[in-house]
Write a protein that binds this ligand. Structure first.
Ligand code: NAP
Length: 308
């Protein structure tokens, strides 16, 4: 028999788990779908300095673990799988999870994002063999090595600082002459002697037999090319939405992020979105959690309207 839920929440990051917490505390019959371990991008973050309530930096995995443990006392279902399709029908949405169809009156999409590639043809070949998207996971492979970091946002800055405690030298390769990330990180990066900032540079080629051995960078102003002997290249060039399974006709922006109103409602009745998958400016753990709470509140009102 088809499993039926008041709500299915897609994504076990801070947005999805917070939505679950609010739904479950409100008495909803809810299920969480998460492909891997709950925590989302938090699991790739060494520590957070800007999560309210933690005077000392809190480790990403600890916060993720605490958030997900908070829903454990409440009965709910978990699918360690992927949503492949959503067929929208007000009050009776159908979701294909793995190879099982389930039904849900409301759906909260909190599927987050995945790392954007640099865009070089040889890039895929070097992933796990020199190219990494997670300093916390792979940094230790590069103890005392000369490595590169690509990007100019908060991730590139923060992860360069983390890696500066492990590697001997870091080339922070940024395509412009101004960072996108916050001033507090910019200052720390510029003060760190192990980090050399390669402003106005892009990576144009990757070299190595099996493992990455060197990287060619090009100065976008002068056209000058140099080959740097880098054993590792950490790529933090932003994120793309995880959105392959979205229902037909859901409104997204030009980059594929879901458009919602301030109550996390999408254009499809009964379908809500929360966290990094939303089209918005500020992507933080705290804003993801806030979105999750708001989405759950809106979902509850929607469920009540179905019963009215
Ligand atoms: P981001 O803010 O989108 O920055 C991506 C960076 O990569 C930009 O500097 C961009 O350059 C560069 N870039 C993009 N495509 C590129 C390409 N093909 N080649 C070379 N460079 C490229 O991404 P993020 O740093 O991962 O941050 C994502 C979100 O998470 C942001 O909202 C950020 O504030 C948040 N975050 C917050 C914290 C924190 O608060 N502690 C930590 C990490 C992330 P341009 O600047 O020229 O566009």
């Amino acid at each position: 028999m088809t499993k039926q839920y008041d709500a299915v929440v897609i994504g076990g990051g801070p947005a999805g788990v917070t939505a679950m917490l609010y739904l479950l505390r409100g008495g909803a019959k809810a299920a969480l779908v998460e492909k891997l371990a709950p925590g989302g991008q938090l699991l790739l973050t060494e520590h957070l300095e800007n999560y309210p309530g933690f005077v000392e930096p809190v480790k990403g995995y600890e916060l993720a673990d605490n958030i997900s443990r908070q829903i454990e006392p409440y009965p709910h279902d978990k699918f360690y799988s992927e949503v492949k399709e959503i067929v929208h029908a007000p009050g009776a949405n159908r979701l294909l999870i793995g190879d099982e169809w389930v039904e849900a009156k409301v759906v909260i999409i909190a599927s987050g994002t995945r790392h954007r590639r640099i865009g070089l043809p040889e890039e895929e070949r070097f992933i796990g063999k020199g190219i990494s998207f997670c300093a916390l996971c792979d940094g230790n492979f590069y103890r005392n090595a000369e490595i590169g970091v690509v990007g100019g946002g908060n991730s590139a800055l923060e992860e360069s600082l983390y890696l500066s405690r492990i590697a001997s030298k870091i080339h922070l390769i940024h395509r412009r002459d101004k960072f996108r990330g916050e001033e507090v990180y910019v200052r720390k990066v510029l003060e760190e002697p192990k980090i050399v900032v390669e402003y106005n540079n892009v990576v144009t080629a990757l070299h190595g037999e099996t493992l990455l051995e060197a990287v060619t960078v090009k100065n976008v102003l002068s056209g000058e090319e140099r080959t740097l002997p880098l054993q590792g290249l950490f790529v933090f060039t932003g994120f793309d939405p995880v959105s392959e399974f979205l229902p037909a006709d859901i409104k997204v922006d030009e980059r594929g992020f879901i458009i919602t109103d301030t109550e996390m409602k999408t254009n499809l009745p009964g379908i809500f979105a929360a966290g990094d998958i939303r089209s918005k400016q500020c992507r933080q753990v705290i804003t993801a959690a806030g979105d999750g709470a708001t989405a759950a509140h809106s979902a509850r009102l929607y469920l009540e309207s179905l019963n009215a």
